[in-house]
Unconditional design. Structure first.
Length: 411
């Protein structure tokens, strides 16, 4: 038993809506196929207009099906981020068979703050000069807490629930907070959601001006633009994604015939004491050590690393150095963002789902666009392959000096 206080935590259900697929089965297939949907962002509110403004590259969700239990009145007032959260939670809920769990023993943590910016821009444009006619629901829906409130109403959750912001680490921070809530006994089951950050052209331009987002180099070839761990990388590429993971304590309810994905063996969150977006080798080494220490694992125990791996010139280099200094250079590594893009607040949760699916299948998905890799040798997975992976570590970092790591063990 990995956890020091004799509480064993497992992931009993997952749900995902991504630009490559909706639902865990199709998502897994597309991951292992190395599929991609990168192109020019086209949702209203994502282009400022004018011939002198280059279009932004990314991967958008083309279509999705909202659960039938969601009524039309909810849909009329639910943002795109909220609708995707409902889809992800519903899939995870059904797989974990949560209908039989007391609703006051179920918790919910939504990872992500400021996730509905495009919706706000469109609303403000629509009602410019006639703000007195704005729909009343706007007084609720502009808040991040609306996503948690909507999910709790639709699914009848009456246990603890809140929204937590951790920039691009938000999805994994939500997983960690869900683990803490179950471990402490506040709830028996907790759903962690990585909410989709719905960027407008303001945020996209801000990331471009910051030098964080690509791609100038591959502006005419969107399918080549997202290339973490490639020497020719020039920044992250945005991707619409949302995911949910059900964390529960073993023994908290009767055996429901569940087929859990993995055990949560350890986790950690460390800060760099630095507001700026530049990453820290020391912070990442520290968070890896913290997660391994909680799991009571040695670095040599790790078979697979699912990294943050954004395609940032400095970020990728920093992370690889941290992994080397932590004794993890031997482990397989691939980058889920090379397939689905950077989901920002959703990234940690979506990549956790990818990690769990790979542990379950004992198979690794490829990294795309690494024809000029930063890493030499077989550890960097560039083609789908079967692999004996029992213990994995998932890394996720965020602006503001946030470092997180979670250790997962196959069951």
């Amino acid at each position: 038993m990995a956890n020091s206080n004799s509480v064993t935590l497992i992931a009993s259900g997952i749900g995902v809506v991504s630009n490559i697929a909706q639902g865990k089965a199709d998502f897994a297939q597309q991951l292992f196929d190395g599929a991609q949907q990168f192109g020019y962002l086209s949702r209203p509110g994502r282009h400022a207009g004018g011939d002198d403004v280059a279009p932004f590259i990314g991967a958008e969700i083309k279509a999705f099906d909202v659960p039938s239990k969601v009524n039309r009145s909810h849909l009329r007032t639910a943002s795109l981020s909220a609708q995707l959260a409902l889809c992800a939670v519903d899939e995870a809920w059904q797989e974990a068979k949560l209908d039989g769990v007391a609703k006051d023993r179920i918790g919910l943590v939504v990872g992500g703050s400021n996730v509905q910016q495009r919706e706000l821009v469109l609303t403000q444009q629509k009602y410019l000069g006639r703000s007195q006619f704005i729909r009343p629901a706007y007084g609720l829906s502009f808040m991040d807490s609306d996503i948690g409130g909507l999910c709790s109403e639709v699914f009848g959750i009456t246990g603890m629930a809140y929204t937590i912001g951790g920039a691009s680490a938000s999805g994994q921070v939500a997983v960690i907070e869900a683990c803490e809530a179950v471990k402490s006994g506040r709830v028996d089951v907790c759903i962690a959601v990585g909410a989709m950050m719905d960027l407008s052209y303001w945020e996209l331009q801000g990331f471009r001006a910051l030098g964080a987002m690509g791609s100038n180099t591959f502006g005419s070839r969107p399918e080549l633009a997202c290339r973490p761990y490639s020497l020719s990388r020039d920044g992250f590429i945005f991707g619409e994604n949302c995911a949910a993971i059900v964390i529960e304590r073993v023994g908290a309810r009767k055996d429901e015939g569940l087929d859990p994905y993995a055990e949560v063996a350890g986790w950690a969150m460390k800060m760099d004491a630095n507001r700026n977006p530049d990453p820290s080798v020391e912070g990442e080494v520290s968070v890896i050590a913290g997660a391994l220490g909680m799991a009571n694992w040695q670095p040599s125990d790790i078979d697979y690393v699912n990294p943050h791996g954004t395609g940032s010139p400095l970020g990728d280099e920093t992370e690889l150095e941290a992994l080397r200094l932590s004794g993890l250079s031997h482990a397989y590594i691939n980058t889920t963002k090379s397939i689905v893009g950077h989901g920002l607040t959703a990234a940690g949760a979506v990549e956790t789902v990818a990690t769990l699916l790979q542990l379950k299948a004992q198979k690794l998905h490829p990294s795309r666009n690494v024809d000029d890799p930063m890493i030499k040798g077989p550890q960097l997975v560039t083609q789908t392959q079967n692999a004996d992976i029992k213990k994995a570590i998932k890394m996720s970092m965020g602006f503001g000096g946030m470092n997180t790591a979670v250790c997962w063990q196959s069951i």
